[in-house]
Design a protein around this ligand. Structure first.
Ligand SMILES: Cc1ncc(C[n+]2csc(CCOP(=O)(O)OP(=O)(O)O)c2C)c(N)n1
Ligand SMILES: [Mg+2]
Length: 277
């Protein structure tokens, strides 16, 4: 597989995949819309470029229909947490077996740099010309709170750590979440006078503190302050949605026949309900 993509994020993912023994025919990439959403088109894997905000429900359906497939979601902060925020909390709550990579560039980049759910307070964007006054989401805290079994945050400067996190998440069962901080120099950094992409890489190098297992209540990101990176959550043994469903049905139904009778009844009720409407 080609692993020389110039973007550090794609490079890290492709390297992680290359080193993984998993069958590449059993991996699917799902993305929403946005600059980050382009990833689905850059990889020679089964990939789906879905509608804005809907990468997660699409991925959940794909996983349910094809449980042997490792489903990886590439998404932006606007896609995942603004328009798609509701899907995120429920995918986490249900421990859907998905690996989610969120590229957080603190704004809706593709459409011209509008405010998003992660835009720090005081940051200037196209839709907040005097600065945003809303509290942004702290994504690792949110992910842990809703039930993610793996939560990490790195920046595009931390290429090795990012790759390691991706390798770990590829092997993880359940809802895993990796936040990657990335600059958007043409829109976010320029408007906020934060310098070039290189300046931002230096900022990531000099102003991040690696703290594995950090309390995610303390991993907030503000406009210019240092912030915490690391692997924050890595838990084992929690049933995924499909595992929980199957083991519940194993208990609820005494035999396959009983289950098939239930399914037949449910189908009949559904059809009759539809006909009656
Ligand atoms: C339903 C819908 N609403 C709005 C848009 C316009 N739109 C396309 S990309 C985007 C923002 C993407 O932001 P983000 O997910 O953070 O990705 P980035 O471009 O920053 O990587 C928006 C609002 C759309 N395509 N569909
Ligand atoms: Mg964005």
């Amino acid at each position: 597989m080609e692993t020389t993509d110039k973007h550090p994020l794609n490079n890290a993912f492709l390297n992680a995949l290359d080193k993984s023994p998993m069958d590449k025919n059993k991996i699917a990439i799902v993305s929403g819309i946005g600059c980050t959403g382009r990833v689905a088109g850059y990889v020679n894997l089964d990939s789906f470029h879905t509608t804005h905000g809907r990468a997660l429900p699409f991925a959940e359906g794909l996983k349910a229909a094809s449980p042997d497939t490792k489903v990886v979601v590439f998404t932006g902060d606007g896609d995942l947490m603004s328009i798609g925020g509701n899907h995120f909390i429920h995918a986490g709550r249900k421990n859907m077996d998905l690996m989610v990579i969120c590229v957080n560039n603190l704004n809706y980049a593709m459409t011209g740099g509008q405010v998003s759910a992660t835009t720090p307070q005081r940051a200037i964007t196209a839709t907040a010309p005097y600065g945003s006054f809303c509290e942004p989401f702290n994504l690792p805290f949110l992910a842990e709170t809703v039930g993610a079994v793996y939560v990490a945050r790195w920046t595009v400067y931390h290429v090795r750590e990012m790759q390691k996190a991706m390798s770990e998440a590829l092997n993880k069962k359940g809802f895993s979440f990796i936040e990657i901080m990335s600059p958007c120099p043409t829109l976010f950094e320029r408007r906020n006078k934060m310098g070039s992409a290189l300046t931002r890489m230096k900022f990531y190098k000099e102003n991040t503190k690696v703290e594995n297992n950090a309390d995610t209540r303390n991993t907030k990101i503000s406009l210019n302050d240092p912030f915490t990176v690391g692997k924050f959550v890595d838990i084992e043994g929690k049933k995924t949605y499909l595992e929980a469903m199957n083991s519940y049905y194993d208990e609820a139904f005494q035999s396959d026949d009983e289950y098939m009778r239930y399914r037949g009844l449910a189908q009949k009720n559904y059809e009759e309900g539809c006909l009656n409407d």
